[in-house]
Design a protein around this ligand. Structure first.
Ligand SMILES: NC(=O)CC[C@H](N)C(=O)O
Length: 231
């Protein structure tokens, strides 16, 4: 798998992401600067990492979504290429309109940083085939603006077309307002594009790839990508 991780001014999870990709695939990703205009030839997967791109000015991800490299990312996604955005990367993908909805401020108006259970909605995608459908995984969240919001029609389409990737839940997999850590519609923690080749998610799978440092439930996502099957 040839992966490329994009670095924006203010990204801070790019090295965690590179480590996770290398651990799962054996190959270090290319690191691409936001002002570049092209992705390395043969790139299969583009990753937009978490962080505080452009200091979260205007709205989280709004400025990064308009940076030069995003034209190449848009073209890659248009060809059916895989794109993963985590946390700030998810915000950038929504701001670039590569994914539906937006990430608004957390309902409690506070930055949250903690462990969180997630339910894997489906496992027939390039990102999740190493998990079981309905599997509960234990990862972590760290964001101030993770409240996935959309107009009623868009939210209904995302649900109806099976574009929900993950939901916040408890350890038993129960999804309820109590387990919805940030107020997202229907506890949505991650969404796919229509063709399932773009995934955005708020939690950080790249930080849970090693039992020695807290757990490895995030590794399945990178192993799925490294051994990808067509969605
Ligand atoms: N960890 C992150 O990527 C944070 C994303 C964004 N800056 C927020 O606070 O919501």
């Amino acid at each position: 798998m040839k992966a490329a991780v994009v670095i924006f001014p203010g990204s801070n999870r790019e090295r965690d992401m590179a480590r996770a990709l290398k651990r799962a695939s054996g190959v270090a990703p290319a690191m691409v600067w936001h002002a570049d205009t092209e992705l390395p030839p043969g790139t299969d997967l583009v990753v937009l990492p978490g962080g505080f791109s452009y200091g979260d000015y205007l709205r989280c991800g709004a400025i990064a979504a308009r940076s030069k490299i995003m034209d190449a990312v848009r073209a890659h996604a248009g060809r059916g290429g895989l794109v993963l955005g985590v946390c700030n990367g998810f915000q950038i993908l929504c701001e670039a309109q590569l994914l539906p909805g937006v990430l608004a401020r957390n309902a409690q108006l506070k930055f949250i940083c903690r462990r969180q259970h997630l339910k894997v909605e489906r496992n027939d995608t390039a990102f999740t085939h190493r998990y079981r459908a309905g599997q509960v995984i234990d990862v972590c969240v760290a964001h101030g603006e993770g409240n996935w919001t959309a107009d009623a029609e868009t939210a209904a389409r995302v649900e109806g077309e099976g574009l929900v990737a993950f939901r916040y839940c408890d350890a038993a997999g129960v999804v309820s307002p109590q387990t919805n850590c940030n107020g997202s519609i229907n506890s949505i923690a991650g969404v796919y594009s229509e063709k399932l080749n773009v995934l955005g998610m708020m939690p950080h799978p790249e930080n849970l790839i090693d039992d020695l440092v807290g757990g490895s439930d995030g590794l399945g996502l990178f192993e799925s990508l490294a051994t990808r099957r067509a969605a």
